[in-house]
Design a protein around this ligand. Structure first.
Ligand code: FAD
Length: 214
């Protein structure tokens, strides 16, 4: 599979890249948040972290109608969204070969305001389910007032790329006998102890929450 256009073509270390939508989507789905890049009202670039959810080839973002990001995107901006999962810190014998193991996705599209009530409801559901699978039925649904007070923007994905690094450090042969520790420090998102607000029994969808979403 090749890049749809030069915009999403991975130039450095292209063997680490993929244009397979299944790979790109799996990274978007596992990442709890994304970073949204767009041009502000004065044409200056800005990147904003936010919660997202995917339905098919469309990403949904939501928030206050006063959000600059959502107001700008709703007007039909070109947008780039990045999701990043860090899997390990890679320590090499030499500083030069230090790195990270990661999976990342970069997608491009044109944003649009979501005004259709059914699409908005589907986006609310996808966003809640993206945080915790099973949560849509585990809490009260948005009422009319809350729905009106929440702006939703859709980004129909036009093209994208994924990139990943896996495996140990790649040191130069002449450095292999140096007395420095080299290897991986695996890292990742972990669930901490639950902190309930009251005595409501812990439901399965909360007990079973996993950082990989599965
Ligand atoms: C956690 C993490 C740490 C990194 N640290 C460094 C670092 O310290 N220094 C460094 O130079 N690079 C780092 N990278 C790699 C970096 O993201 C770029 O891949 C790199 O700058 C090479 O870009 P380029 O010039 O080939 O492509 P560019 O011309 O910048 O990008 C062209 C297109 O390639 C695709 N693309 C580029 N990078 C990625 C990516 N990571 N994931 C998905 N698609 C991508 C996009 O579609 C982009 O539009 C890191 C990546 C991650 C995820």
């Amino acid at each position: 599979m090749t890049a749809s256009s030069a915009r999403s073509e991975i130039r450095r270390l292209p063997d680490r890249g993929s244009y397979d939508p299944a790979v790109i989507n799996s990274i978007l789905d596992e990442a709890l948040i994304c970073h949204v890049g767009f041009l502000d009202e004065e044409g200056r670039p800005v990147v904003i972290p936010t919660i997202h959810a995917r339905i098919g080839e469309t990403l949904y973002l939501h928030g206050s109608p006063a959000s600059r990001m959502l107001r700008t995107l709703a007007a039909g901006s070109q947008v780039s969204v990045t999701a990043t999962l860090v899997d390990a810190i890679v320590l090499a014998k030499s500083h030069f070969h230090h790195s990270m193991n990661y999976r990342s996705a970069v997608v491009f599209g044109t944003a649009r305001a979501v005004t259709d009530a059914d699409e908005k409801a589907a986006a609310f559901r996808a966003i809640v389910e993206h945080l915790v699978a099973g949560r849509w039925d585990g809490a009260r649904r948005p009422n009319e007032k809350e729905s009106r007070a929440t702006a939703v923007v859709a980004i129909d994905i036009e093209e994208g790329s994924a990139k990943q690094r896996t495996g140990p450090p790649i040191d130069d042969d002449e450095d292999m006998n140096l007395p420095h520790w080299a290897g991986l420090i695996p890292v990742g998102l972990e669930r901490g102890p639950f902190e309930p607000v009251d005595q409501t029994p812990l439901p399965d969808h909360v007990r079973n929450w996993s950082p990989t979403g599965s």
